[in-house]
Design a protein around this ligand. Structure first.
Ligand code: AHM
Ligand code: MG
Length: 310
């Protein structure tokens, strides 16, 4: 089952659909294949960031199905010319985890897709919407293999790039995150600046009070790789607020929302320290938020600590 056939099958469930989504997704897939090939060839870091952004902007604009693009690499949103416009807005981080490029550690592309309301001129408000309004989200990981993980709002599916075919093949159907995990993933070097609930949670991971075994720590420093492992093995990924960065580091639109969307679709949860992540309404396109996401029960624990503080 190729990703193209998979999306066509999904779309056939909606007789009113015009096939636009399949066309858009094909262009995203093309961008991922291109970046995968560039990453594998080991282009220089700076060039790769810029190159990936150019590749995705061109792929998305040429699909003829987009109207607003928000990229981590560009300060301003891109509004597609009226003659080449479609109904979709795409928010994306073309190459996340770029500090890992030079040592060959996994990096990835993250994306989320919204749709503009019918019959009005697209404005920034079309992308400043809560994550729960996304129609689809996904990431592509450029690692030991190239893997694309996608949700169109009815579960999560993983596709691996078969280099000999040049096609993404469904290898991980209906991914479900374990209800509770044995791994926590956080940059502990920031611990000196953490708030009470985060510090207490990580302490409990290491010194559980209920007689359960301690969790293992795994941290790649590439969100795509850390979230991918969390999705498959279970556990929790944290990028909390701290005294230096009261809003954490990760960006709401193209990092926090797509990954939160995938987590919920796989049966997990995503929490900001205050609320369900997908309920957040961003006010700026590059806004940041703390994020705690992963296995349902593990996120429940951190929620309890934050709620107890209020
Ligand atoms: P980037 O967009 O500059 O690559 O930063 C995002 C990355 C994420 O992939 C990762 O989760 C995080 O930064 C790691 O940050 P830190 O090095 O502070 O732990
Ligand atoms: Mg990034």
């Amino acid at each position: 089952m190729t990703i193209t056939r998979f999306v066509l099958n999904e779309q056939s469930k909606y007789p009113e659909s015009l096939g636009d989504f399949s066309i858009l997704l094909n262009h995203i897939v093309l961008g991922c294949k291109f970046v995968c090939s560039a990453v594998t060839k080991g282009e220089e870091q700076k060039k790769l960031d810029v190159l990936s952004n150019e590749v995705f902007i061109k792929a998305l604009v040429s699909s003829g199905r987009t109207c607003i693009l928000v990229s981590e690499e560009d300060d301003e949103a891109t509004f597609v010319e009226p003659s080449g416009r479609g109904r979709y807005c795409v928010v994306f981080d073309p190459l996340d985890g770029s500090s890992n490029i030079d040592c060959g550690v996994s990096i990835g592309t993250i994306f989320g897709i919204y749709m503009v309301k019918d019959g009005h001129e697209p404005t920034l408000n079309d992308v400043l919407q809560p994550g729960k309004n996304m129609l689809a989200a996904g990431y592509c990981m450029y690692g030991s293999s190239c893997m694309l993980v996608l949700s169109t709002g009815s579960g999560v599916n993983g596709f691996s790039l078969d280099p000999s075919l040049g096609e993404f093949i469904l290898t991980h159907p209906e991914i479900k995150i374990p209800k509770k995990g044995k791994i926590y993933s956080v940059n502990e070097g920031n611990a000196i600046n953490w708030d009470g609930p985060t510090a207490k949670y990580v302490e409990k991971c290491k010194f559980p009070e209920d007689g359960s075994s301690a969790k293992s720590l795994r941290y790649v420093g590439s969100m795509v790789a850390d979230v991918h492992r969390t999705l498959l093995y279970g556990g929790i990924f944290l990028y909390p607020a701290d005294k230096k960065s009261p809003n954490g580091k990760l960006r709401v639109l193209y990092e926090v929302f797509p990954m939160s969307f995938l987590m919920e679709q796989a049966g997990g949860q995503a929490f900001t320290g205050k609320q369900r992540a997908l309920d957040l309404v961003p006010r700026k396109i590059h806004e940041r938020s703390p994020i705690f996401l992963g296995s349902y029960d593990d996120v429940e624990e951190i929620k309890a600590l934050y709620n107890a503080e209020e």
